[in-house]
Design a protein around this ligand. Structure first.
Ligand SMILES: [Ca+2]
Length: 384
């Protein structure tokens, strides 16, 4: 049944997007083994766009370790398309040295902290209240951070991408040397996922980097962290409930600590010189050491004893923040200070709006509900 349901979901999805893809099943009732990825042509040669790419033969060998026959892998690779626009897009994203301040954070923040994103985040929360409450209780991650990740990644499922995952991953694995190792490994995970879940490898669509579903999971993350949170037997990244559980599980698996703060604005005392210090999500300072250098936290500093020093380019100057363990955990989703800070700000804005709507008791706002502490669970119920 898993098989049929996935096909129905994928077919519905691609139809919805107007992609017109044919999502045929890899095995069928006529007796083709469902452990096969595709009906193999018999040829072990790669034709099509990736013919002549030496790395494809290594990849075919590599997949034999997982029980794939050379001809089925060759058949899939022969059907994949090399998309030059994906390579161009990746090149545009390559990091450039910063020459600031030029307001890079202000522009980045403005893309995600929009009225639409906040209002739709509240609506997503309201629609998925029970799943969010359950995920929060089970994994210790507050609902607003789960909602905000899904908002930043896909506008709550509004923009999940239309690129065939097989084309994205094959292009980046074989025709984009800068990240070949990473994307080869994602392509490997994708083919295993397709086989194990009974999905046609030409079916799933997502971002041009190969990310799938509401939370934009890469195939390796799907294998390691996706959960069947609605209990229907499938791990379905396109289902809001499964996506909610999967994001929360990803966070907990990457070190989220229930009840701890994420980040706080730093107060820079006269004479302090944070500009001379290394900054970024991967720095780590003792909070007392920072205080000794004139950098203290605003608000209630009761919290972790270690923090990273974060620098945001606000145009005329830099704004400094302290990022705690949970901030670092958000960067495991995307290795970027601005990304994690946008998630944090969107989460706070959504929570504040929910509280304004009577959906969250403000007194509970700083607490993270946990299973061991059910009496203090945040009430997500809306007034009226
Ligand atoms: Ca499910």
């Amino acid at each position: 049944m898993l098989f049929f349901r996935l096909m129905v979901i994928l077919f519905g999805l691609t139809t919805l997007l107007g992609c017109g893809s044919t999502t045929s099943r890899s095995g069928d009732a006529a007796g083709v083994s469902s452990s096969r990825l595709v009906p193999a042509s018999g040829s072990t040669r790669v034709d099509g766009d990736f013919a002549g790419y030496a790395a494809t033969s290594e990849f075919i060998q590599r997949m034999q370790r997982h029980g794939f026959s050379p001809s089925e892998v060759a058949t899939v690779l022969s059907g994949a398309k090399r998309e030059q626009w994906i390579i161009d897009a990746m090149n545009r994203q390559a990091p450039r040295p910063s020459t600031g301040p030029t307001g890079a954070w202000v522009r980045y923040r403005a893309k995600f902290l929009t009225e639409d994103n906040i209002a739709n985040g509240v609506r997503f929360w309201q629609r998925n209240e029970a799943a969010l409450e359950r995920a929060s209780a089970r994994y210790g991650v507050p609902p607003e951070y789960i909602v905000a990740i899904i908002g930043v990644e896909t506008r709550y499922g509004g923009y999940i991408g239309k690129t065939r995952i097989i084309d994205a991953l094959a292009t980046l694995a074989f025709a984009y040397p800068r990240r070949a190792e990473y994307f080869t490994s994602e392509l490997e995970s994708f083919l295993i996922m397709a086989r194990d879940e009974g999905v046609d490898p030409f079916g799933p669509r997502g971002s041009y980097a190969g990310a799938m579903g509401l939370g934009q999971f890469m195939p390796t993350s799907f294998r390691d962290y996706a959960v069947d949170f609605d209990g229907d037997g499938d791990r379905d990244l396109w289902s809001p409930v499964d996506a909610i559980g999967s994001v929360a599980n990803y966070f907990r698996s990457h070190g989220w600590r229930a009840g701890e703060p994420v980040a706080v604005r730093a107060r820079v005392e006269p004479g302090a010189d944070p500009g001379s210090m290394k900054t970024g999500f991967d720095t780590r300072y003792g909070v007392r050491e920072l205080a000794g250098r004139g950098i203290t936290s605003t608000g209630t500093p009761r919290g972790p004893s270690q923090a990273s020093l974060l620098r945001l380019d606000v145009g005329t100057s830099y704004e400094y923040w302290l990022g705690f363990n949970n901030f670092y955990t958000i960067t495991r989703y995307n290795h970027s200070t601005y990304y994690a800070m946008a998630v944090h700000h969107l989460a706070q804005a959504i929570r504040a709006r929910m509280a304004g709507a009577g959906g969250v008791r403000v007194s509970d706002a700083s607490r993270t509900p946990t299973e061991s502490d059910p009496g203090r669970r945040v009430s997500l119920r809306l007034a009226g």
